[in-house]
Design a protein. Structure first.
Lengths: 120, 116
């Protein structure tokens, strides 16, 4: 089974430029997550999709970040314009949608390799 | 208040020995899940082990076991017989509630170094 695919792996841009990241989740996973991981910290959730709807984007800096998942499969995260503090690894994850206390285990998130962004 | 606390920024362990990585959590929900992930230098987050709040037995997955102490709100990861390939960052995480769209919280991580 193919894992979560992300591209590009690395990106270097100058501040005020735009950048986009792409993620293709595991087949059949309805939920997709984008995380920002700054060096030395744990991942921070930016946005969560269930199919093509946004479930949580409370920590997404909406003045510069946007994300879409138009057909409920792959997703794009965009930063426009980038700031120095956006330098981080951007991780995409996906999971099945299973509910019920005995089934919570199946809501395991599987991660892609991430995109390392450097803003100069 | 921090939802997940990992108090060990870095740990060293001798190859073939066991090591315990600490994790405490904070929630008032009765239903929650606890997860451990490994992040090698390559960057990918690898799922290791899961413990549900209703599970009475401690979870085990090969050399990984989770020491779940509900009253203390701790979920420590035990790695037995450490290997050089275990050197990585380890993150404890929690999902509150029983639904997929509840928030997922990560700790700040513990960097494990396995010495030959």
């Amino acid at each position: 089974e193919a894992g979560v695919a992300q591209s590009p792996r690395y990106k270097i841009i100058e501040k005020r430029q735009s950048v986009a990241f792409w993620c293709n989740p595991i087949s059949g996973h309805a939920t997709l997550y984008w995380y920002q991981q700054i060096l030395g910290q744990g991942p921070k959730l930016l946005i969560q999709f269930q199919n093509n709807g946004v479930v949580d984007d409370s920590q997404l800096p909406k003045d510069r970040f946007s994300a879409e998942r138009l057909k409920g499969v792959d997703s794009t995260l965009k930063i426009q314009p980038a700031k120095l503090e956006d330098s981080a690894v951007y991780l995409c994850a996906s999971s099945l949608v299973v509910t019920g206390p005995s089934l919570l285990a199946k809501n395991i998130q599987y991660f892609g390799a991430g995109t390392r962004l450097s803003v100069l | 208040a921090q939802k997940i606390t990992q108090t060990q920024p870095g740990m060293f362990v001798q190859e073939k020995e066991a090591v315990t990585l600490d994790c405490t959590y904070d929630t008032s929900d009765q239903s929650y899940g606890l997860f451990w992930y490994k992040q090698p230098s390559s960057g990918e987050m690898i799922f290791l082990i899961y413990q549900g709040s209703y599970d009475e037995q401690n979870a085990t997955e090969g050399r990984y076991s989770l020491n779940f102490q509900k009253a203390r709100k701790s979920a420590n990861l035990v790695i037995s017989a450490s290997q050089l390939g275990d050197s990585a960052m380890y993150f404890c995480a929690m999902r509150e509630g029983q639904y997929n769209f509840n928030k997922f919280y990560f700790g700040s991580g513990t960097k494990l170094n396995v010495k030959p």
